[in-house]
Ligand binder design. Structure first.
Ligand code: SF4
Length: 321
């Protein structure tokens, strides 16, 4: 059994025309997404801002209610769970955010922020065990037990992300949704956090859905990659194959934008025209056709479906071979 199976998930938001009235239009933020995550696996989710990846990750932990589809987590469909059932299930399904400061109460010590989950789920019977567990969690993320008495503003961005990770780890999750966890950090600190997530995966067997807009970062940490555009998955496969041999022109453009240190590199940058189109009125046919450098006339009318190009490697493009 897979740890997570997302089946044809849709998140559509009604467009409000005024204070009270709703129009009949919808923002199709996530529009029929299907994928799996195995136990102990890291799946990277990549795409430009506005492609729907953050909405998808929030829908998986039910911070946003899905419009349609299934989210089978450890065998149960959490898309239809009541809030009280979901609260219990959240112990195994945690999330870390781009801005850990925003998710930490500035008036709560780091020890209490980490201990909150232990208290809610009654994981430590006494104060002594609680303190020991908090000290161990701080150690696991490379901090010192003396940090437990300090407040979030006393830490750097990288240290705050470590606190966010310790908080998620406290309740022994099997899956952590990492929503752009390194995007706001300096490059050297990014590497430290990615290495930490990697080490924790080895130690505790946790699976990650790692969301980012930088495909180079995603390649480094992921076993498999999903590329998202306008609410849909347009390419998926093992990380190395997708990054070395991308089949979808959108993935090719993302990879061509990654800076290369070699001055003799012959890689040519593909500049995409325009912005991501509105998810209220997505283009007909292939949603990528207005920006695609190799679009053909049929791309304006025929929707390309995600299909297997080579074993385990899928792309949604009429020309992919
Ligand atoms: Fe480009 Fe057509 Fe492929 Fe879409 S289906 S990515 S428009 S070539």
């Amino acid at each position: 059994m897979n740890l997570l199976e997302v089946q044809n998930l849709k998140v559509h938001f009604p467009v409000r025309k005024g204070f009270l009235s709703r129009s009949k239009e919808f923002v199709r933020a996530v529009d029929g997404v299907t994928f799996l995550i195995a136990h102990g696996e890291t799946v990277g989710l990549v795409g430009e801002s506005g492609c729907g990846k953050s909405t998808l990750s929030r829908a998986i932990v039910r911070l946003i209610n899905p419009t349609q589809g299934k989210i089978l987590f450890e065998g149960d469909d959490i898309a239809v769970m009541s809030n009280s059932e979901m609260r219990k299930r959240r112990r195994r399904l945690q999330m870390i955010f781009q801005d850990p400061y925003g998710s930490l109460n500035p008036r709560m010590t780091v020890g209490d922020a980490i201990g909150e989950g232990l208290d809610i789920h009654r994981l430590t019977p006494g104060q002594g065990e609680r303190q020991q567990r908090i000290a161990q969690l701080l150690k696991n993320v490379g901090l010192d037990s003396s940090h437990a008495g300090r407040f979030p503003h006393e830490f750097s961005g990288g240290q705050r992300q470590r606190i966010g990770i310790a908080r998620a780890l406290a309740v022994e999750p099997s899956l952590i949704i990492c929503d752009e966890p390194v995007s706001a950090l300096d490059v050297s600190v990014q590497a430290q956090i990615i290495n930490l997530l990697h080490d924790l995966q080895h130690k505790f067997g946790i699976a990650y859905l790692f969301v980012a807009h930088d495909i180079a970062v995603v390649e480094h940490i992921s076993h498999r990659i999903l590329v998202m555009y306008l609410g849909r998955i347009v390419e998926s496969g093992d990380a190395r194959t997708v990054c070395r041999s991308p089949k979808h022109p959108y993935t090719q453009a993302l990879i061509s934008a990654v800076p290369v240190l070699d001055p003799d590199s012959k890689g040519q940058r593909i500049i995409l025209g325009g912005d991501v189109p509105s998810p209220i009125h997505p283009p007909g046919g292939c949603p990528f056709h207005p920006r695609c450098p190799v679009a053909e006339p049929r791309c304006k009318t025929e929707v390309p479906h995600l299909r297997e190009i080579t074993p385990g490697h899928q792309a949604a493009c009429h020309l992919a071979t």
